[in-house]
Design a protein around this ligand. Structure first.
Ligand code: NCD
Length: 332
């Protein structure tokens, strides 16, 4: 495996370049192979400490990072806000400093507020600590590892042996649902538009992003080719789509009534077999989970392996997170 990785922290995908995406895909392919062996462990991060600091509930992401770190032979520490000194008034930055003082090499951070992982990364840099920080979801901002595992899942469908971003040039990808509250959508918009795919967002006006311009006003060269569209109905987004990514209604982030009901949402935006007929015949459906069954996606479709990539996304998560921890950790 080659390692030309120069990035200290992974906080956002906004400034990721095509080579970095391909390095992640290539490295994740190698780790997926490791995970298919009888002995699924490699000594790569032996002696290093990975701390999972999850200030917000999580099933998939937390366990996936923990397993990834263990498969790389790192020592892991995990943190649950309810049983920690946060409940005694300690600040988040002081909590992070405590983990650093204990010898943590990599911090994986999830927090309900945007910017917390960046603040911890800046603190570590200021302290001269060689700690690497990975954003595992910050408020409504970004969730880079989820978008990278989605990218791996999608490109592996097109070429399992050699997933790479060029496979997505001119593919049509629909992202449907609660986009305004979704850090998963925000990170995916960066990664998928960087591949040359056409990305079509579909959301009711109350759940659509307000600042689409934010994504097109970026200054690097790859920006010119970014293709991003917004629809207030689902049908034009689904028409001839190759992949459909559906998102959970983030009720915990809705501060006002933005939707009449889950049932009405399903009628207008839910992904069903009937609606999939608009797409390419071999269309595949993704969902980052957790799913509200029968709301974002019909229950039977969610379980249909002909269309659903949901289990593959979870499985890819471990290989992709091994790749990220490896790329960040082994360059130390
Ligand atoms: C997502 C998250 O937490 O941002 N889930 C995940 O990480 N798999 C999406 C969500 O909560 O809906």
């Amino acid at each position: 495996m080659t390692n030309t990785w120069n990035r200290r922290h992974i906080l956002s995908l906004a400034d990721f370049v095509p080579d970095e995406y391909d390095t992640v895909l290539q490295t994740a392919t190698s780790f997926a192979e490791v995970l298919s062996r009888r002995t699924k462990k490699v000594p790569t991060l032996q002696g290093q400490v990975v701390a999972n600091l999850f200030f917000e509930p999580s099933t998939r992401t937390r366990n996936s990072f923990e397993l990834a770190a263990k498969r790389l032979s790192a020592d892991t520490l995990s943190f649950a806000p309810g049983t920690s000194s946060l409940s005694k008034g300690e600040t988040i930055l002081d909590t992070a400093k405590t983990y650093w003082a204990m010898g943590t090499d990599l911090m994986v951070i999830r927090h309900q507020q945007a910017g917390v992982s960046s603040a911890i990364a800046s603190l570590m840099d200021r302290l001269g600590a060689k700690v690497r920080v990975l954003n595992a979801g910050d408020g409504q901002h970004e969730h880079p590892s989820q978008a990278l595992l989605d990218l791996f899942t999608i490109t592996s469908q097109l070429d399992a042996k050699h997933p790479r971003i060029s496979l997505l040039a001119d593919k049509k990808i629909a992202i449907v649902g609660d986009i305004v509250h979704s850090r998963v959508a925000r990170s995916n918009i960066w990664s998928l538009t960087a591949t040359g795919a056409q990305v079509h967002l579909a959301a009711p006006p109350t759940l659509a992003p307000k600042l689409l311009a934010e994504y097109t006003a970026i200054s690097d060269d790859s920006a010119q080719n970014r293709q991003l569209y917004l629809h207030w109905q689902v049908e034009p987004a689904l028409q001839d789509a190759d992949f459909v990514m559906t998102l959970r209604l983030q009720k915990e982030r809705m501060t006002q009534h933005l939707l009449p009901s889950g049932r009405e949402y399903h009628q207008l935006f839910g992904i069903t077999r009937e609606r999939l007929k608009l797409c390419k015949p071999d269309v595949k459906v993704l969902h980052p989970g957790p799913v509200n069954r029968g709301v974002e996606i019909s229950s039977d479709l969610m379980d249909d392996p002909q269309f659903s990539l949901i289990s593959q996304q979870v499985a890819s998560g471990v290989a992709v997170r091994m790749a990220l921890l490896y790329l960040m950790g082994s360059g130390k």
